[in-house]
Write a protein that binds this ligand. Structure first.
Ligand SMILES: *Cc1c(COP(=O)(O)O)cnc(C)c1O
Length: 387
């Protein structure tokens, strides 16, 4: 019996090695990994430049307290602010911490300008912002909050697409609207560009901050650095994590100058957040999220989605919809996806579930056409078998 708690339903498979898009199982088989730690290994497994960066830094310095200056963090923050809407950044270690920090920033901003009652956060029902106590209540998911009461106050929920309800929820105490630009766990649901623009307008009019959770869809995954860039909307606060560490735990909250100013000494902190080892890896990841890589994401995405739609047409009773953006792709089935995912795995393609019968497909951003062709072949084969 395992000494690990039973909080995960794990597959009976572990891995001994990873290289690029592939994982090598303890069963002696080679798997095409289109999970990549759930959009975490943005550059694939054991990326050479990341291996070099972590090796080099590990011989110099791992950790110092945030009571001291950390030049590697200054450098990464500078690169992020140069490339994005953000003017200032706080580093964390995970996505949930980043969304928590985003909530804190929104509330503290209004406190700092003499509006301490503006604390409420409006979120989408059954979204995903992480597993801490505040984040599960932000998600508004019955399943995730079950048994973890009392309910954390301060969150209001509307259903994806229910704009009337959203407008009704807004009042003078609303501090922020926090949504995922693309709902990941919720089933790869892309918030349309016109919705984001409309949201921005509402936020401006009602003195509300716009928080866009890009923990899963950010850092190149969508084909642009941030998924909201497709709409040209500028958010106020953006939590990130997953892809920025390339496999090393890094989270961060990105902010405009306006709200970042509120985070004066003592308002927030983290023992590990932004330590030299993490920052060395983050810098090496970010340096590789360049124009060429984003071009690859767009090119591969177009090809992959086009070919998946061909499979959908061939098997109209199995695949309901192919959706997503960039290399955040969802294959929605008509029925439960468990069996399908299992069969893909038996054929050595790893994918992962999301809500609404969706199979999530998350290749590394540097995936090749040859690798996508392998995946397509396996998906076709499983469709044919399951029919
Ligand atoms: C994964 C995820 C989180 C939580 O990240 P953790 O690192 O697991 O805490 C938050 N928001 C979104 C959109 C995510 O996909």
């Amino acid at each position: 019996m395992s000494s690990l708690a039973p909080n995960y339903k794990r597959k009976n498979l572990s891995f001994v090695k990873g290289k690029g898009s592939f994982l090598f199982g303890d069963d002696g088989k080679k798997y095409l990994d289109f999970v990549q730690g759930i959009a975490v290994n943005s550059l694939g497994h054991t990326n050479k430049k990341l291996v070099n960066a972590i090796s080099k830094q590990s011989k110099k310095l791992w950790h110092v307290s945030n009571a001291f200056k950390i030049p590697e963090g200054e450098k990464l923050a500078k690169k992020l602010t140069r490339r994005t809407f953000a003017d200032s950044i706080i580093f964390q270690n995970s996505g949930a911490e980043a969304t928590e920090a985003a909530i804190k920033v929104a509330r503290r901003y209004f406190y700092s300008i003499g509006k301490p009652n503006k604390t409420r956060i409006i979120c989408i029902k059954n979204s995903f912002h992480g597993r801490t106590i505040a984040a599960i209540h932000a998600s508004g998911s019955k399943k995730m909050t079950l048994g973890f009461g009392p309910k954390v106050p301060g969150f209001d929920h509307f259903e994806f697409g229910n704009h009337k309800k959203l407008k009704r929820l807004i009042n003078k105490n609303t501090a922020a609207i926090m949504i995922e630009t693309v709902m990941g766990e919720g089933g790869i649901k892309v918030v349309p560009a016109w919705c984001l623009r409309e949201l921005r307008k509402i936020c401006d009019k009602k003195d509300i901050l716009l928080i866009l959770d890009e923990v899963q869809c950010g850092i190149g995954r969508s084909g642009k650095f941030f998924a909201f860039e497709h709409s040209k909307v500028k958010p106020d606060i953006v939590p990130i994590a997953k892809g920025i560490g390339g496999g090393f735990p890094i989270g961060a909250v990105l902010m405009t100058k306006k709200v970042g100013k509120a985070m004066v000494p003592g308002t927030h902190g983290s023992t590990f957040g932004g330590n030299p080892l993490a920052m060395a890896v983050g810098n090496a990841v970010l340096d590789q999220i360049n124009k060429n890589l984003l071009m690859n994401v767009n090119k591969m995405s177009k090809y992959f989605i086009h070919e998946l739609n061909k499979i959908k047409i061939k098997y109209p009773k199995i695949i309901k919809e192919v959706r997503g953006v960039g290399l955040l792709i969802g294959l929605q089935l008509f029925k439960d996806q468990t069996e399908f995912i299992k069969k893909l795995m038996e054929n050595k393609l790893l994918t992962i579930r999301a809500a609404e019968n969706v199979i999530r497909i998350l290749p590394p951003l540097n995936v090749t056409k040859r690798e996508i062709d392998i995946a397509l072949k396996i998906i076709s084969k499983v469709c044919n078998k399951i029919k």
